[in-house]
Each structure stands twice: as structure tokens, then as C-alpha cells.
Design a protein around this ligand. Structure first.
Ligand code: HEC
Length: 131
């Protein structure tokens, strides 16, 4: 009986963790479709010479999470080579996006198309100071 209770408890815990992940991905997708898709496209491929691709981009699946958070919050117009290419458009800032939404949209782009990288948590976003 004791084991049965333990087992159910663990089962419930992992179920709620999975559910949270699915919710985060669904929210991330919604944000992507309303704010990012116009430039980065539905397939994450971007627009050659204009808007950087997110699918297969080494920075997107990389470990510099603070850089990614700042790009979403503040926009991006650095004109540095990204995986060897330059992009002429300027990414708009998202000052009104909540930290939880930034975590979700980053989790979404890091785990869509061919990308497979760690999810981003609210705590990771909160650690990055606003400018
Ligand atoms: C107005 C078009 C536009 C919109 C909207 C936009 N981006 Fe961008 N994004 C760009 C451009 C252009 C670059 C590259 C800028 C540069 O090279 O200076 C970029 C760069 C990036 C990068 C860095 C890629 C790398 O390889 O380092 C990430 C991550 C990113 N965008 C994510 C997003 C997300 C997520 C959203 C939605 C919240 C979004 N972008 C909305 C145009 C846009």
C-alpha cells in the first residue's frame, strides 16, 4: 500500500511537469506566431540576407542564454556575422513581453524544426538584468 501511494505520487508529479512543458511550448508557439514569424518565417528559416534563420542557428541552440534573453527584450541590430552570414533587417524590441513569455518563446525556438536544446526557465530569464 505504501509503495502504491508513493508510486502514484511520483506519477502525478511527472505528469504535471510534462503538462507544464506542453503548456510552455503552446504559449511559446502563440508568441512566435504573433511576434516573430513575420520575419523568421513559419519554418524558422528566416529570409536570406535579411532576417536571420533560427532553425539550425548555433546561437539559438547554444549556451549563452543571457544573450538570447537580451535579444528578445531589446531587439537586435548588431550586424555581426551569424554562422557566417549578415542580415540587413533590424529586429524589433519586445519591452512588453513578460519574463515567463520570454522563457516560453525561447523554449519554443530551441525545440522547433530541427532544433533540440534545453528548455529555458523563468528563473533563467529573471537572472538577466533589464537594461
Ligand atoms: C522585424 C523582423 C524581426 C522580428 C519581428 C523578429 N526578429 Fe529576430 N532577428 C531579426 C534579424 C534581422 C536578426 C539579425 C540581426 C542582426 O544580424 O543584426 C534577428 C536575430 C534574432 C536572433 C539571433 C540569432 C542568432 O543566430 O544569433 C534570435 C534568437 C531571434 N532573432 C529571435 C526572435 C524571436 C524569438 C522573435 C519574436 C519574439 C523575433 N526574433 C522577432 C529580425 C526579426
Amino acid at each position: 500500500m505504501k509503495y502504491l501511494i508513493q508510486c502514484c505520487f511520483i506519477g502525478l508529479l511527472s505528469f504535471s511537469a510534462q503538462k507544464a512543458t506542453a503548456q510552455n511550448m503552446a504559449n511559446g508557439k502563440k508568441i512566435y506566431e504573433t511576434r516573430c514569424l513575420v520575419c523568421h518565417q513559419a519554418d524558422g528559416g528566416g529570409v536570406p540576407n535579411m532576417n536571420a534563420p533560427l532553425d539550425g542557428a548555433s546561437n539559438v541552440v547554444g549556451n549563452d542564454i543571457a544573450r538570447l534573453v537580451k535579444i528578445i527584450r531589446n531587439g537586435y541590430n548588431e550586424r555581426v556575422a551569424l554562422d557566417g552570414y549578415y542580415y540587413s533587417n533590424a529586429m524589433t524590441a519586445n519591452p512588453d513581453l513578460k519574463d515567463a513569455d520570454i522563457a516560453d518563446v525561447l523554449s519554443y525556438i530551441r525545440n522547433s524544426w530541427t532544433n533540440k536544446a534545453s528548455k529555458i526557465t523563468l528563473a533563467q530569464v529573471q537572472k538577466v538584468k533589464k537594461k
